[in-house]
Design a protein around this ligand. Structure first.
Ligand code: NAD
Length: 249
């Protein structure tokens, strides 16, 4: 893609954490950023304010629960009616409901699959005709190291995140002829609210397993996303691991 200047970028679940860092990283270089949020209107508007002052004067916030197919479709349609195109889709929205299998209800399973996997299909499906018509586009799906290695108490999350990797490879194959690349980014443990919510003892145990000895930062993930978008024209169907070496042993 070469440059982010004026590129229309949709980031789902961008109000905080990794999504916010991605929006900032891309907006800073002139992308026209669509900040999607589900409930946290204030955080999204705060981010839009920051973006407008820092390189993305046309940034907008668009509400939509992407786990609801019609709302995911509306997010893409509103983007098109506002900017006339979409250049980059970053699927980032995610939740976790952690319980061991013994305690995991079907509702807990369904909810996480719905947000963490199905929503990625909904947004891609809605953006597809636009990418194909433009004959260009970049899709980045935020997966997780947990989708690669599994984790105690995270069967639903691990299944969704592993599903994203298979989905990414298939979408990459199908969209290559339209000059659209599709890649996954697999963060390890990143210091966001999701990570801070882990009980202290469990957090210590996690840190002890990371060869680089620390959690990653949202900015480190955001820079990897930027790399795939700006310099990754010949990279598709890949999973880029940003995990401090966590999954080496
Ligand atoms: P976070 O909880 O801080 O942010 C997630 C955002 O998604 C929130 O703003 C939330 O409101 C939004 N969201 C949730 N459901 C939504 C929906 N249905 N529609 C629209 N928005 C919705 O989490 P984070 O740590 O920033 O994680 C971002 C992504 O990175 C997630 O996909 C997560 O699974 C993944 N990830 C995080 C880590 C980590 O250690 N933090 C590691 C690997 C992968």
């Amino acid at each position: 893609m070469g440059t982010l200047k004026d590129a229309v970028v949709v980031v789902t679940g961008a109000g905080r954490g990794i999504g916010r860092a991605i929006a900032e990283e891309l907006g800073r270089e002139g992308a026209r950023v669509v900040v999607n949020y589900s409930k946290s209107k204030e955080a999204a508007e705060d981010l839009v304010g920051w973006l407008r002052e820092n390189g993305s004067p046309e940034a907008v916030a668009i509400q939509g629960d992407v786990s609801h197919a019609p709302q995911a479709g509306k997010l893409i349609e509103e983007t098109i009616s506002h900017f006339g195109r979409i250049d980059v889709l970053v699927n980032n929205a995610g939740i976790n409901i952690d319980r061991s299998l013994k305690n995991l209800s079907t509702e807990d399973w369904d909810k996480v699959i719905q947000v963490d996997l199905n929503s990625y299909f909904y947004t891609v499906k809605a953006a597809l005709p636009h990418f194909m018509q433009q004959k260009s586009g970049k899709i980045i799906n935020i997966s997780s190291v947990i989708g690669q290695m599994g984790n105690f108490g995270q069967a639903n999350y691990a299944a969704a995140k592993a599903g994203i990797i298979g989905f990414t490879k298939t979408a990459a194959l199908e969209l290559a002829r339209s000059n659209v690349t599709v890649n996954a980014v697999c963060p390890g443990f990143i210091a966001t609210e999701m990570f801070q919510a882990i009980p202290e003892k469990a957090k210590e145990a996690i840190l002890a397993r990371i060869p680089l000895g620390r959690a990653g930062t949202p900015q480190e993930v955001a820079r990897a996303v930027r790399y795939l978008i700006v310099d990754g024209d010949y990279i598709t169907g890949e999973s880029l691991n940003i995990n401090g070496g966590l999954y080496l042993q």
